[in-house]
Design a binder for this molecule. Sequence first.
Ligand code: NAD
Length: 257
Amino acid sequence: MADFTDKVGLIVGVANHRSLAWAIAQATANAGAKLILTYQGRFEEHVGELAATLDPKPTVLPCDVTSDEQIAAVFERIEQDHGGLDFLVHGAAFAAREEITGGFLKTTREGFKQALDVSAYSLIALTRGAQPLMAKRGGGSVVTLTFLGSDRVFPNYNVMGVAKAALESSVRYLAADLGPENIRVNAISAGPVKTLAAAGIGGFSSILGVVREKAPLRRAIETSEVGDTAAFLLSHAGRGITGEVIMVDAGYHIIGM
Ligand code: NAD
């Protein structure tokens, strides 16, 4: 069991109790972490209610990851309150519904920019904000969330697959940049889970059905399994791992047919 006593963590990407980022918040808070949770506009109430269930109660701040001002305000507040930061969880992703419905060929320039900005560039922007605060602690750990659609074609994943490929590549470049400062950067590639983001993907239930049928463990994953793997990567136990994409998918990715 990881120990996060005296550790401060920023978690971006909680929308509701189904969010993968919420499972990570629970896993790290239950092990003693002091958390800062951010929300995107309309999720303020939900995130506030969830935060109130954790002890110690996290600070809850707004952060739209497309806004450099909001990102800067989050790190200023963390510096004021805590003086440093030990870990960052990045669980934000978005593509417009019309971009992930039907053919990939009709991806628009705007839709492409938006998906890559929210889902991939934001990792770079947030890690840049975290870096000086982690340096003050002698190092840190960053975890983001990705999906096998970066590498293989899934129906209706489309531009989000391209965004996840960019995200995974960003993990490697960030890991190389920040390794000398003892800051590690990794991704968890989660199997499909019914969350709000997943609800936007047409035919998601059939993807889930195939995974349940074919994955070596013959089941889909639970969000707590992502929470536990993230806690491992964010903790001292993960200290030798950086630039990696860890599969938490009940083994689905190893199957040929
Ligand atoms: P979710 O809907 O609970 O989380 C997505 C989050 O992205 C939400 O909190 C939303 O507010 C946030 N977000 C979107 N646009 C934003 C913006 N402009 N600024 C700030 N935040 C913004 O769904 P989830 O499935 O928990 O997704 C979390 C991460 O996990 C995503 O990167 C997703 O691609 C990834 N993932 C999900 C699955 C799955 O099957 N659910 C599988 C693998 C990876």
